[in-house]
Design a protein. Structure first.
Length: 201
């Protein structure tokens, strides 16, 4: 994400009108079979946590997205801007604005982390599975980001009702500054170390 060390992806083809056919459905297929059959496993995820879904076609291969790094860097810039607006509102004691902006910030961060998990880390783990040293770096980044995300989201949850929480108001400046430091450092390392590895398919 120099960005800020911030701490800081599906198709449903389905089977249409199957109810018009008089043939009975196979006993093993549930009423949700048409949805399961369309689950996109290109990310390495599936509806059964990695298992095989009934009626699903072969998984799509993981692939490199040339525009991904640009998208992620743009997300970083947007997140940093949102972070700054929240900090400014806090300095002014405008706690209602802090609550509103925190809500938008959480949504954007969640989207960003999901894209990274589905398109970045899944691809890189597969791409470098035969290169242990690089694979270990990728896994470490993914694990660290999971931890950072949980901490930041926890702080966001606390500040989501800050206008009625005097204790949160008093700790806001120091806590949010720490969040910013973690995110900035993380963003810097992602953009200078992780993303160049991804863009070398």
């Amino acid at each position: 994400m120099t960005s800020v060390s911030f701490l800081c992806p599906t198709t449903l083809p389905g089977i249409m009108f199957s109810f018009l056919k008089k043939k009975p459905a196979p006993a093993a297929v549930s009423e949700f079979g048409s949805l399961n059959s369309g689950f996109d496993k290109s990310s390495g995820f599936d509806e059964n946590g990695g298992g095989t879904a009934l009626g699903r076609s072969a998984p799509k291969p993981l692939r490199h997205h040339r525009a991904l790094v640009g998208q992620l860097k743009h997300d970083h810039a947007v997140l940093v801007d949102m972070y700054t607006r929240i900090a400014t509102a806090g300095e002014k004691g405008d706690w209602r604005s802090v609550e509103i902006e925190i809500g938008y910030f959480k949504i954007k961060l969640t989207d960003h982390l999901l894209v990274e998990a589905v398109k970045l880390y899944s691809y890189m783990k597969k791409r470098y599975e035969s290169e242990p040293e690089v694979l270990e770096i990728v896994k470490d980044y993914a694990k660290e980001m999971t931890g950072i995300g949980r901490v930041v989201m926890a702080h966001c949850a606390t500040f989501a009702t800050i206008s009625g929480n005097l204790e949160a108001q008093q700790s806001f400046a120091a806590t949010w500054k720490h969040v910013g430091g973690v995110l900035t450092e993380r963003i810097g390392r992602e953009e200078t170390v992780l993303y160049p590895i991804y863009d070398n398919p």
